[in-house]
Design a protein around this ligand. Structure first.
Ligand SMILES: NC(=O)C1=CN([C@@H]2O[C@H](COP(=O)(O)OP(=O)(O)OC[C@H]3O[C@@H](n4cnc5c(N)ncnc54)[C@H](OP(=O)(O)O)[C@@H]3O)[C@@H](O)[C@H]2O)C=CC1
Ligand SMILES: O=C(O)CCC(=O)C(=O)O
Length: 384
């Protein structure tokens, strides 16, 4: 059982992001109207389209939200998840605006969502869905190298980005920079070396910088530096896998890994890649031979002894309900919005440190900027 709570019935993610904004805004002298303008989502495009499935049709719900047009283009990933809803996409698009501002990349924030569980579709069906989604965005001017530039997010990756690039370039045959309509593309299709690893690498660097401050670590009863620090990572997808990889390279010990179906733990250390390969081969993180403990409730994995917890799956994972059981002293947010405001307040009361998402996971959009700024003025030569 996972502890996901972002269902259609429980959607306050955007309100949480706005509450954090209001909290920060009180320390500024900006006009209230201007702050309101910054906070709101500028454009919310909700649409539905049919695809053929089996002998019939299925209607897919989808979104693209452009939170802020203060910079062009707007930028942000596309989430493929059956739990996607409008509130979530709005919240994620707002986080993109603030994230881009923090790392000073010249984009407004945006985000997309396609309400499907990719595991329930064939590759052909996923391609159809992605291409149709792209066409819908083109029709409404919600995509383009200087308009709005998607990227990978939860449930999507290089393959989906290549379908988007190809669809956009096909429909804009005279646009020389068409491939700049999306980032996170495969290297062979004008992607950029390092984008795949970028978010996790950034998370690991953020953790390394955080623990380098000796006084802060002393206050937590820890020594400075990553060497010997015990880490639990939630999510073994793009962000979680590369966070674990680089944290290991920087000297930390991965003691726990949590996935949808459960969690594994070994206080002496887990080989994250062996766990990943085990999950790939068996379909489950459970049953990994190197684990000393395993939990069928994924959330229990978060509550095991460690110094640093890296939630790298979804929002609302550390809540008022489980935060008191979290033994980590530092949370480095790989996912967007993994800690609710209530949990955050309690964690700070306990004396913990949180390295926030919009800084910790900004490596992805930073390297996306490098990919985008190259703006390949290249036509795709197709054999058909
Ligand atoms: N990709 C990127 O560049 C960036 C991503 N992010 C954020 O990072 C987070 C993860 O994204 P990303 O790594 O790309 O997504 P992926 O789809 O690559 O991986 C997500 C992983 O988390 C697992 N998972 C889902 N829910 C749970 C749960 N409740 N408990 C444990 N594991 C779970 C998934 O399992 P399963 O394999 O079963 O689906 C999957 O392995 C999201 O919040 C995203 O917005 C932030 C910045 C950039
Ligand atoms: O690489 C990008 O443009 C966006 C990545 C993303 O969606 C995110 O940082 O949450």
């Amino acid at each position: 059982m996972s502890n996901i709570v972002n269902s259609d019935q429980d959607t306050h993610f955007f309100a949480d992001v706005c509450a954090n904004f209001d909290h920060a805004a009180q320390f500024t002298k900006h006009d209230a109207g201007l702050l309101d303008q910054i906070k709101s989502c500028n454009s919310v495009y909700r649409f539905r389209f049919p695809i053929r499935k089996g002998n019939g049709f299925e209607v897919i719900d989808a979104w693209r939200v452009e939170h802020s047009h203060h910079q062009s283009p707007t930028k942000g990933g596309i989430r493929y998840s059956e739990m996607v809803n409008e509130d979530e996409v709005m919240a994620l698009s707002a986080l993109m605006t603030y994230k881009c501002a923090i790392v000073n990349v010249p984009f407004g924030g945006a985000k997309g969502g396609i309400k499907i569980n990719p595991k329930n579709y064939t590759v052909q069906e996923l391609e159809n869905i992605t291409r149709r989604y792209t066409v819908e965005l083109i029709k409404k001017n919600f995509i383009g190298p200087n308009i709005d530039v998607p990227a990978p997010d939860y449930g999507s990756g290089e393959r989906e980005m290549s379908w988007i690039a190809d669809t956009y370039a096909t429909m804009n045959p005279n646009q020389g920079d068409a491939l700049g309509c999306v980032t996170g593309k495969p290297i062979a299709l004008h992607g950029i070396a390092g984008r795949r690893e970028a978010t996790g690498r950034g998370v690991a660097i953020a953790a390394r910088e955080c623990v380098s401050v000796a006084e802060d670590m002393q206050a937590l009863g820890l020594t400075a530096g990553l060497t010997g620090k015990k880490v639990i990572v939630q999510g073994l997808g793009n962000v979680g896998y590369y966070s674990a990889k680089f944290l290991t390279e920087f000297g930390a010990t991965i003691v726990g890994l949590c996935e949808f179906e459960g969690a594994v733990y070994n206080e002496d250390g887990l080989d994250f890649d062996a766990v990943f390969q085990h999950r790939k081969a068996t379909g489950s993180i459970l049953g990994f031979p190197g684990a000393k403990k395993e939990f069928t409730r994924s959330g229990e994995g978060l509550e095991q002894p460690c110094d640093i917890l890296v939630p790298a799956a979804l929002e609302n994972q550390i809540t008022g309900e489980n935060v008191r059981n979290i033994q980590a002293k530092i949370i480095v947010e790989g996912a967007n919005g993994p800690t609710t405001p209530e949990a955050e307040a309690i964690f700070y009361e306990k004396g913990g440190i949180i390295v926030p998402d919009m800084y910790a996971n900004a490596g992805g959009v930073t390297v996306s900027y490098f990919e985008w700024v190259e703006k390949p003025f290249t036509r795709i030569i197709r054999p058909y």
